[in-house]
Design a protein around this ligand. Sequence first.
Ligand code: PFF
Length: 465
Amino acid sequence: MPTTLWSSRFVFIMAAVGSAVGLGNIWKFPYITGENGGGAFVLVYLACIAIIGLPLMMSEVMLGRRGRKSPIGTMAAVANDEGRSKQWVGVGIMATLAAFIILSFYSVIAGWTMPYILSALKGEFSDISADNSGALFGQLLASPGQLLVWHSAFMVMTVLVSAGGVRHGLERAVTKLMPALFVLLLILVGYASTTGHFAQTLTFLFKPDFTALTAEGVLTALGHAFFTLSLASGAMMAYGAYLPQHVSIARTAVVVAIMDTGVALLAGLAIFPIVFANGLAAGEGPGLIFVTLPVAFGQMPGGGFFATLFFVLLLFAAWTSSISMLESLVSYLNEKGISRVKAAIGGGIAAWLLGITTVLSLNVWSEVTPLAMFSRFESKTLFDLYDYLTANIMMPLGALFIALFVGWKMQATHSRTELGAWHKVWFPIVRYLTPLALLTVFAFNIWGLAGLEAAWHWLTASGQG
Ligand code: PFF
């Protein structure tokens, strides 16, 4: 049993929202939506959140609360409890590894917010053109030295909180900052609605055009549902371990998922009108918000102030997420007798080192594509590959195993005690729907539509035989 629990349900919600809401919502969601053609992608993403993400979040928090250990320790303890193979610990190991890889590049991206805060303070965005904004972003990416400085600063921030114990700094920070971010996004949406391109944005985001959706896009939407809810990476399991027994897991998870989705949609509503109004490309890629938002702030009354506030809040949102990424590893090392301080510093240094390869892949190594022999990975740099490996492979795979465990290997009486009345809805979903949906997306992605048809024939034929 960990010695400290969250002081209330509210604090857990804030910590979990702090973990969930981050660069994934404000930086990644708009740019992958832009790259994948809008509406149809958004619809698949929302479906993934509701039918796969949410039940899985409940499963992870439940496992964490039953195990009351690090994700690795929890999987070992729960598997043991259920009289299952020790191998299930692999799920905890993969989750911890995924979080570690994500942290390495997340820190680099989060670092971008810092020079943007300085530029905003200096008034550099005032009346900036889209071209100049693009050039400013380009200069940042082209400088490994600058990127390294900000990456290092962000990693130090993460390690500091993690070393002090998550509950201390985090509880106070998230309860103030998350609401502030929400309000600021609303202000931005308000501004964006004056650009004259709001209707176009609504069509782009909410009118599905399935011809724009690819198999790859479906996998990206699924992977992003895990990424944005901090699933299959130990964070929710680790935080669940500190959840008091009387709190309703299901209601809590619903609140977290709704807030997370709300922030992502608000970010989309704020950003795309500006993209369209300035003739920028929706499929611009990872630089999307860093290129578009300065243009908007530059034209807004009080823009310097709002820009500063926005990038500060984005930095904090990323911070409360990165802390949760390190928690899987730190809590595990802590269980093994290494002090929190040493574990946080060691884990932070290792993730920082790996992060340097992301820094370089944005400039010096931008032509280095280690898996170019496979057509799908032809143009993927190291950074692209880390992102792909975690969001599109490790997380969906981890999620599949978690669903199989809670749906098939854990006694239903145990999960019923944890989930109460919600168990009735949750159980058939994690037992059948989630694994089936995940396998379908995998099959679709690996073998395409023809493969799915073949699998369907095989299934129906074996059903008759
Ligand atoms: N959910 C975070 C975001 O959307 O930015 C990212 C994240 C946090 C992923 C924690 C994984 C994790 F363990």
